[in-house]
Design a protein around this ligand. Structure first.
Ligand code: 8ID
Ligand code: ZN
Length: 352
């Protein structure tokens, strides 16, 4: 039976504190056609959730807000009149950042569901997964293969999908050098693994011993500590035999990870912009961008197929989320640590 109330982490006012409190659960009768109610067991905490709580992006979140968009749980109710319905009650599904896309607009029709003109964003424009129950959408939830553990799979829904897609569209080949600024973070540590799975050579950049160890254990071919290295461009050129890297997938939440990419990429290099620092501008030399034929591409989460592919690769055991399991009540401390760059890999919250 579905309870009347549940625990949720609520940010009452954008920029204010996050507080765990009791709130009502949407009943099965209240669900509209196409909606489903998911009883969550785990949810990852993405740096995006911190941006949402702070309200530091130019596009503002709803308020009050329940954040969270790396949820895994079981469908416990489906809105009356939902037909066709690709999922069943009792099925285990994931909730990603793209909570809903209409599937009918030009962007959806061309496969860019993440850019849907009628999109709903989990934990941003609609309430997300920092609650025991969440309302989601039958056509957008992601089925989770049986052999994946829920706690271990949660962060594939955002961090995994996002870096998988950025690498997929980076126009690199096996053996190519990919630089990963932010490699020790939530997105970055999965990027190291997807890149290795795809046969790329990885230069991991982040700060501190814990993140160095993590990146090296995950198979990074080279490591650069951005807090210690005096000349990152020279170091990348040295590692790549003087030529520079073929691509960079930048997942830092600060703009510092972006500077120098044009300089350390080789001719026709691809800069995949993924990290979303608040209010930052991309400083790129127009001359060298043109002269070297550099492409700068924004890469934003992924569509349903990207999610399925990213999870499918992880289900082979090739990609594993490195996570610390905490509870929903710990969220304030998690935001604090995340803001200070203290989390290697991810934090996943158990909901019960
Ligand atoms: O679809 C998208 N594009 C998408 C999806 C999900 C998340 C974008 N994001 C954005 C988030 O909103 C956030 O801005 O990507 C960014 C990273 O998210 P995350 O991986 O969840 O954050 P994290 O775990 O805090 O990792 C960031 C890492 O960057 C390192 C930090 O030490 C941390 O490990 N870092 C920083 I900050 N500055 C650095 C620098 N100059 C750096 N590493 C190397 N060089
Ligand atoms: Zn995210």
């Amino acid at each position: 039976t579905i309870p009347k109330t549940q625990k949720a982490a609520v940010v009452q006012k954008t920029g204010g504190q996050v507080q765990v409190q009791d709130i009502p659960v949407t009943s099965a009768e209240q669900l509209a056609p196409g909606e489903c109610l998911v009883k969550l067991s785990h949810t990852g905490v993405c740096h995006t959730d911190l941006h949402a709580a702070l309200g530091d992006w130019p596009v503002k979140p709803k308020s009050p807000l329940i954040g969270g968009h790396e949820g895994i749980g079981e469908i416990v109710a489906i809105g009356k009149g939902t037909a066709p319905c690709p999922v069943k009650i009792g099925q285990r599904v994931g909730i990603k950042w793209i909570a809903y896309s209409c599937l009918d607009c030009e962007q959806c029709r061309t496969g860019h569901e993440q850019n849907c003109l009628n999109v709903k964003l989990s934990g941003y424009t609609v309430d997300g997964t920092f609650s025991q129950y969440v309302v989601s959408y039958v056509h957008s939830v992601t089925p989770i293969p049986e052999n994946l553990d829920s706690a271990a799979a949660a962060s594939l829904l955002c961090a995994g999908v996002t870096v998988y897609r950025a690498l997929k569209y980076s126009e690199t080949n096996p053996g190519d050098w990919v630089v990963l600024p932010g490699a020790g973070g939530g997105l970055g540590h999965l990027a190291v693994q997807y890149a290795k799975y795809m046969g790329r050579r990885v230069i991991a950049i982040d700060g501190g011993e814990e993140k160095r160890k993590l990146c090296e254990t995950l198979g990074a071919d080279a490591w650069i500590d951005f807090e210690k290295c005096k000349d990152i461009v020279a170091e990348i050129k040295r590692i790549t035999g003087g030529q520079g890297a073929h691509a960079a997938v930048v997942t830092t939440a600060s703009s510092s990870g972006y500077t120098q990419a044009i300089d350390y990429l080789r001719q026709n290099g691809k800069l995949m912009a993924v990290g979303l620092p608040a209010d930052a501008k991309l400083e790129a030399s127009i001359f060298f961008t043109v002269f070297k034929g550099i492409s700068i591409l924004g890469s934003y989460v992924g569509n349903r197929q990207d999610a399925i592919e990213a999870i499918d690769i992880a289900s082979t055991g090739a990609v594993k989320v490195h996570y610390k399991l905490l509870k929903l009540d710990d969220i304030e401390k998690v935001y604090d640590d995340m803001g200070k760059g203290k989390i290697a890999g991810r934090v996943v919250l158990a909901m019960e």
